[in-house]
Design a protein. Sequence first.
Length: 372
Amino acid sequence: MFTVRIRKHERGLLFKRGDFVRLLAPGSYKRWRNLVIPGYELVDVVNTLATKFEHRFLDVLVREPTMAAALTVVDLADNQRALVWKDDRLAYVLAPGRHAFWKTEAKLVVEVFDVNAFRFEHNKLEAVVAHADARNHLEVVTVEPGFDVLVMLNGVLRERLTPGKHVFWKAAGNLRVASVDKREHTLDVAGQEIMTSDKVTLRVNLAVTYQVADALKATQTVADFSQSLYRESQLLLRAAVGTRTLDQLLSDKEAVGGEVRTAVAERARDFGVEVKSVGLKDIILPGEMKAILNQVIEAQKKAEADNIKRREETASARSQANTARLLSENPMLARIKELELIQQVLAGADVKFVFGGSDLTEQLRTLVTPKA
């Protein structure tokens, strides 16, 4: 014979000829050695500190009265999941099936949930989602401010989520989460080669500012609303530039931007996007066209400068003619002008004059005029 010792944190499962006989409590048991029939009697010692009881014959053992009294059995259907708390700490997240736990001194609490409820709510939500096994059963969605998040279940809109953390059961169906940024964005439409109506090829960069107005329409109408807006902007810009000459385009870029904005805004509304503004950022010309335009601009500026110079000369001549006419018609005014001229000529000079009885102006003229 030999002794089987079962400690306080253990239990013994006694099998004879492969059939379960009874549960052995802690203590010492003398058993016969299986010399004649090997494997006739077997004691399987298990550790109850593991809390969860796992055995290849679990489905048979839980039907035995002694085992049923020592175990807490959790039997979950396909639409059920369970949380097992041990001493107020989450120990297990259970999938469908039969599970058993030892009834020990530890405080054991089992919570069963129906996944068809779709949304998972719990007063210890953070502890649940932090558990490693929870990732296999729960979908965690964190919504930041400025975003519109749509939760689709089996292709049907189920919820629009507000900012915060939301948790859903994965087994509820085909779950899809679409996150749409509702903030204002600027889309840079890269330069594309466009030919104007006067056959000049150039590159135009466009900036489109937009904001999603209807998140559901933006996600269901088109595969990618941003790419759709980009493509529509390119096509409409090409149409607007192609109907104008280069001079018209350079002289009034705002008109082109306004025309494109009207057309893009109307198209964008079809997939839930509101266009705020459209503007031409850059108009890039080929190198030879730049040189030609520089020459044209230089000639224009030179012509403008010549016109301004001629206008000034004409105005000056007209002013002198008017002055001469006034002086000839008003001798006294001519006399005053002569005195002003004398004052300017002699300003700052230390000169003494002696005048006779002749005309003052003639005497001054003889003084200031150098002798030959």
